[in-house]
Design a protein around this ligand. Structure first.
Ligand code: URA
Length: 187
């Protein structure tokens, strides 16, 4: 198994798919390498591509607020994406781009060994939880896989587009808080 540094180094030099041709920066991931909770987004947008950091645009500000509601911040969680390079015009990452990149996320997950995984939006939930995942019906539900509890939230960008869904997201956040309490996260 690579170390975090070795993994990051190989990811930053990745040429596995065409997104390498148009990226400014690879967005590897940020946060605590010992956190029990991993948040997974879809892929970098414009601001993330420019900075090399996940969730630094408008959706990222909302994610920070969502984390704050349950006493979390970026230093206490780990945040990564399904694809590490920005898809042009922020289109959905293609299945082959997701496949070319998923090894990095798997390796990050193997190093982190999180107890909880929270997918941000439908693309991440379909890749990580189930290909038939329906975000409107299945957000906030726990799925247990090999000792890891997983759920999906609406993507913060979707909440910005349709603020009515924010109300539905609150109970999901409190469900995450409950699980974190159970594992002594706040002690
Ligand atoms: N949206 C995502 O899914 N990931 C990011 O890093 C930023 C926006």
């Amino acid at each position: 198994m690579p170390t975090w540094e070795e993994l990051k180094e190989s990811c930053l030099n990745c040429q596995n798919c065409r997104l390498a041709e148009t990226r400014t920066n690879v967005v590897f991931g940020v946060g605590s390498e010992t956190s029990p909770i991993l948040f997974i987004g879809e892929g970098p947008g414009e601001q993330e591509d420019l900075k090399g950091e996940p969730f630094v645009g408008r959706a990222g500000k909302l994610l920070d607020q969502m984390l704050g509601i349950i006493g979390l911040d970026r230093s206490k969680v780990y945040i990564a994406n399904i694809v590490k390079c920005r898809p042009p015009q922020n289109r959905d990452p293609l299945p082959e781009e997701q496949e070319a990149c998923i090894g990095y996320l798997r390796a990050q997950t193997a190093l982190l060994r999180p107890k909880l995984i929270v997918c941000l939006g439908r693309i991440a939930a379909m890749k990580i939880i189930s290909p038939t995942f329906k975000i409107s019906a299945d957000h906030g539900k726990w799925f247990d896989r090999a000792g890891v509890r997983m759920m999906a939230l609406y993507h913060p960008a979707a909440l910005l587009r349709d603020p009515r869904r924010k109300e539905e997201t609150l109970p999901d956040l409190y469900a995450i808080e409950e699980e974190l309490k159970k594992i002594g996260f706040y002690d």
